[in-house]
Design a protein around this ligand. Sequence first.
Ligand code: KG4
Ligand code: ZN
Length: 352
Amino acid sequence: MTDSKAPLQGPVLGIESSCDETGVAVYESGRGLLAHALYSQIALHAEYGGVVPELASRDHVRKLLPLLRQTLAEGGLKISDLSAVAYTAGPGLIGALLVGASVARSLAWALEIPAIGVHHMEGHLLAPLLEESAPGTEPLAPPFVALLVSGGHSLLVGVDRIGSYTILGDTLDDAAGEAFDKTAKLMGLPYPGGPALAKIAEDGDPKAYRFSRPMTDRPGLDFSFSGLKTQVLMAWRDSNRTDFTKANIARGFEEAIVETLAIKCRRALAQTGYRRLVVSGGVGANKRLRTQLAHAGQREGFHTYFPRLAFCTDNGAMIALAGSIRLAAGQTTGPEIKVLPRWDLQTLPEVP
Ligand code: KG4
Ligand code: ZN
């Protein structure tokens, strides 16, 4: 990332293609989100029970330009109105990332405007800024703690300032979304399992099954979810496997994950002394998690911030927003097409 002095402003295009969603959006500082479109590849990968990287890349190739045209039309924008192009540069699937990066970089080159390679998790972390703060509530600003829970990550991040991130806790094995997906799969639920499991858990009895709250009995902010999956496997194998039991096991599993995440969030707030909590990433769409944390905040005096449900999972809007913030700071990316399938959030430059 290079630093140039004069902050540039105007509509910023955002392109997300790190995994199995193609997202395109336009965000402008001072005006907000002007348009966004999303294409999910869920149906494509469902028959394989998980994301097939090569199929994901090819589908991004097919969908990206039509989505771009659709987004510009929705926002009443011409391509020449764009002032920069932001794209997810990592972490994610290398082929999928390369599709977004190549399109973004080529567009920026042709339009002679800057390109900004955005860290996917910074996108998730800033996504609540896409929402208007409710009247009477404190607007979101650092310092805060962010719980980023998706299919690939379970992170607790200390956000000192935008761009200045400290990983307070990480998962030692499965990410929270991965645990939802694998557990759902072993009970025969369709891919992606997280939303499917959460749906049937609504009818379950929270007291029927009690699974452990991993790593909450010792100090620290790391997570481990793979043992929970094994507990569910054993409970499921030994059960009568009726829909009624399935709902009860799903509910017990969801309660265990949600309570574990909530305990660690409170711990992270106590450790940092911060009073604001952001919850984002695909699992941030889980209603029980949102309700439990919002209630804990009201009881214990911290503020909770969530993106709307559609912006918890991968989307172009969060990339356009993060790109717009980086653009205003003069932090743009060089002319090379470079992606980082692994990328430490803590290495990002601070936004002055
Ligand atoms: O952020 P995201 O769209 O993609 C990644 O960057 O991984 O997150 C997808 C993950 C999947 O594991 C999915 O099952 C999970 O988020 N997820 C949920 C819910 N909605 C999505 N997990 C639990 N409850 C939900 N309502
Ligand atoms: Zn994500």
